[in-house]
Design a protein around this ligand. Structure first.
Ligand SMILES: CC(C)(COP(=O)(O)OP(=O)(O)OC[C@H]1O[C@@H](n2cnc3c(N)ncnc32)[C@H](O)[C@@H]1OP(=O)(O)O)[C@@H](O)C(=O)NCCC(=O)NCCSC(=O)CCS(=O)O
Length: 385
């Protein structure tokens, strides 16, 4: 068992780290202050560096590297902020992978290539006003008649809503109840009948747009069906990779908090010596490092050597642990920085707010625990009976 990164992976990590440290702090501040996403010119810079196509096959214009390579880069971006990392998250572990695997060839070619080149961001749209954790209660419906699909319904909490150019929309595609009737369609932003609600202001995640989405007799070509009814397990299988990306966003936040705490406690003096010379601070720094390393190992193990998608067990272990860990680690970061940790001008306060979100997004922490228990006992638990 080899836990070390290869020379190539270390070089990739170093290139992502120096790009992120050099280019992204100012962008992150702008996203946070204005609640706007990464600007277009910076997205082009990401694309030119290859950061939007790390684990995309070369046949689609990507670098053809592994999921692990993509998560190594994602961690470096997420150390700066969730908002600046979000395009890398979407392009490497997001719904683009569903389009690539399940979309008709022409659609996949067009969309995946555009994503790698930074010409389109693709968002995933799952939740609804009355279907969050109970996702299989969703009601948005797609009716296929001949060559046309008609989509009606309302979606909620879509990260990227209004900004992303295209959406993978989970919807009901047959009368079969629960998971069995669910599939997914591909919808482009400017399609007639597709509108957005007011942009939301969340506790954190500023710079990652979120809004309701309304589909009112939206007509799509039948080729926009990505996964027909009966394919919910395939969609969730792909989503296990996104859950590893969510875990990596948590890890990056936590590792960034640790870096910042190390800098601060090395410089800040109390009673005539640096804070780091106090044992109480040393305990906190050690706890932060311990938890980051443990999360990193779970995440890397979940995707190492995986060509398709990670297992539900490995993805849920990684997500659950990383989501809980980052709340604690960011809390330690705030605490060791005292008043500066609690002040919005110094960055740790933002990390703490963003930290909370990852354990809600992408399937709440408790759902990951249910997945873990279900895999342990070898059967899904029926929440409805
Ligand atoms: C899946 C759940 C909603 C539970 O619903 P059910 O109890 O109705 O369904 P199950 O019987 O558990 O599962 C049905 C079917 O799917 C397979 N499945 C489920 N999860 C996975 C998985 N992770 N990987 C692979 N396959 C999976 C399961 O094995 C069943 O298959 P068979 O019928 O046995 O063949 C619930 O577990 C859940 O995940 N809830 C969280 C929902 C969620 O993650 N929402 C994402 C939010 S994303 C976001 O926050 C922003 C974007 S947005 O929402 O627009």
């Amino acid at each position: 068992m080899d836990f070390s990164l290869s020379d190539d992976q270390r070089a990739l990590q170093e290139s992502a780290r120096s790009f992120a440290r050099r280019e992204l702090p100012k962008v992150a501040q702008h996203c946070e202050a204005t609640n706007t996403p990464v600007p277009h010119d910076m997205l082009q810079a990401y694309a030119e560096m290859g950061f939007l196509g790390i684990n995309t096959p070369e046949s689609f214009g990507g670098l053809g590297l592994t999921h692990l390579d993509a998560l190594i880069v994602l961690e470096e971006f997420a150390k700066i902020s969730s908002a600046v990392a979000f395009p890398v998250f979407e392009a490497s572990v997001g719904p683009v992978r569903i389009v690539q695997k399940h979309g008709p060839q022409a659609l996949a070619d067009r969309v995946v290539r555009a994503s790698v080149e930074g010409r389109v961001l693709v968002a995933i749209s799952m939740s609804e006003p009355d279907a969050g954790t109970a996702l299989t209660d969703l009601r948005t419906r797609a009716v296929v008649e001949g060559d046309t699909v008609t989509l009606n319904g309302t979606k909620r909490w879509c990260s990227g809503a209004g900004h992303s150019g295209a959406y993978v929309v989970f919807c009901r595609m047959s009368d079969a109840p629960g998971a069995r009737g669910i599939g997914a369609v591909f919808v482009e932003k400017d399609t007639p009948g597709f509108t957005f609600g007011e942009p939301e202001t969340l506790m954190g995640f500023r710079g990652i747009p979120s809004a309701d989405m309304h589909f009112d007799d939206v007509r799509l070509p039948a080729d926009n069906v990505l996964v027909p009814a009966g394919g919910f397990g395939d969609l969730m299988g792909a989503f296990n990779l996104e859950r590893c990306g969510n875990a990596t966003m948590s890890l990056g936040l936590a590792a960034g908090a640790l870096d910042q705490a190390l800098d601060y406690t090395g410089e800040r003096q109390a009673f005539g010596k640096p804070l780091v010379d106090f044992q109480a601070v040393q305990m906190k720094l050690a706890d932060m490092q311990l938890r980051c390393e443990a999360a990193r190992l779970l995440i890397h193990r979940a995707v190492a050597g995986v060509d398709g998608f990670p297992s539900v067990m490995d993805a849920s272990l990684a997500k659950c642990f990383a989501n809980e860990m980052v709340r604690e680690v960011a809390g330690h970061g705030v605490q060791v920085m005292g008043g500066y940790g609690y002040h919005s001008a110094y960055g740790m306060e933002q990390r703490f707010r963003d930290a909370w979100g990852w354990g809600i997004a992408g399937g709440a922490i408790d759902i990951q625990k249910i997945n873990i228990a279900a895999t342990l006992v070898g059967r899904r638990f029926d929440q409805r009976r």
